[in-house]
Structure formats: C-alpha cells, structure tokens
Design a binder for this molecule. Structure first.
Ligand code: SF4
Length: 159
C-alpha cells in the first residue's frame, strides 16, 4: 500500500484487516493534529477494492488470559501490567512449573499491574511488582518488574 497521506494509508490498512482506525488512539490523535485523515469516506482507494482484499483477523488474547490457560494452577488478577511484569510473570510461572512449585500453594492468586484497587479476597494472595505496593498485601514481591528467581524462592519458602 502506498499513499500521499500516511494516516489514510494506515486507515485503509486497518479496514483491510477489520479494524476501525478511529478506535486506535494514536491514529485518532494524529488526525486531530491535522496530519491527515482516517475517514474512509474521504479516502480515494485505487487498485483493488477493500472488499476484494479484506480479511478479518482475530486479536490475540491478553497476556493474562494466555497465561491463565497455560498455568491453570494459579489465578491471575491483571490490572493492566506492562510488558515488564507480564514478561516476568511468564518466566516466573514457567520456571515455577518446571520446578514443581506451582502446586505447593493451593488457590494461589497473583495480582499484577497498577489497575487493581484493593487486595482480592482469599487466603493466598501474592502481589507482584512495585505497581501493586499500594495494596499493602501481606505478601508482596517488589521490583519494576519483579524478579522471577525471587518469585520462585518465595513459593519455595511460603507454606
Ligand atoms: S511494576 Fe513496573 S514492570 Fe511491573 S507493571 Fe508496574 S511499571 Fe510495569
């Protein structure tokens, strides 16, 4: 795809894979800043029509949904953790599972990300990363992101 208006090119590319460009914040902001248009009504498409090339892609599951499927031994409560804690969480769970640590604590709930307002109910709650520090949970692993070796050590020593 090519065009003289970079936003228009992005808007058409979005439409070609089933996304609405005005649902994508940076494209909307760029249009508001006058960089170009994402309004398909104002864009002239040459060559193949949108209908001819359109595919509908499915969005990938969030990291926490994917991890919940991979590690059903734990409940993940995700307050929109960034890629730092999401990466640490995956490595931690993978390592802990390989070391047979995930079954040690029943009903373990892991809280990660800044968007959780209060500590969830339950006996075995572990809050991960500096973003969850304000929750003042009994068990908190600091770090930005938290360290997977420390996560495994904590599981090993907590009963
Ligand atoms: S503690 Fe740091 S790495 Fe973890 S979610 Fe918060 S900002 Fe991201």
């Amino acid at each position: 795809m090519a065009g003289g208006d970079v936003l228009a090119v992005d808007a058409v590319a979005c439409a070609a894979i089933g996304l609405a460009a005005d649902h994508i914040e940076y494209l909307r902001m760029a249009q508001e800043a006058g960089i170009g248009t994402i309004d398909l009504e104002q864009i002239e498409i040459c060559g193949d029509s949108l209908a001819e090339v359109q595919v509908h892609l499915r969005t990938a599951p969030t990291a926490s949904k994917a991890f919940s499927a991979l590690f059903p031994e734990v409940t993940i409560i995700d307050g929109n953790a960034c890629s730092g804690c999401s990466g640490s969480l995956y490595l931690s769970l993978k390592t802990a599972k390989e070391q047979g640590l995930l079954d040690r604590i029943p009903d373990l709930k892991l809280v990660v990300g800044a968007g959780i307002a209060e500590v969830p109910a339950g006996e075995h709650i572990l809050c991960l990363g500096n973003c969850t520090k304000p929750l003042s949970a009994a068990h908190h692993l600091p770090g930005c992101p938290f360290i997977s070796i420390e996560f495994c050590d904590l599981l090993r020593t907590t009963s």
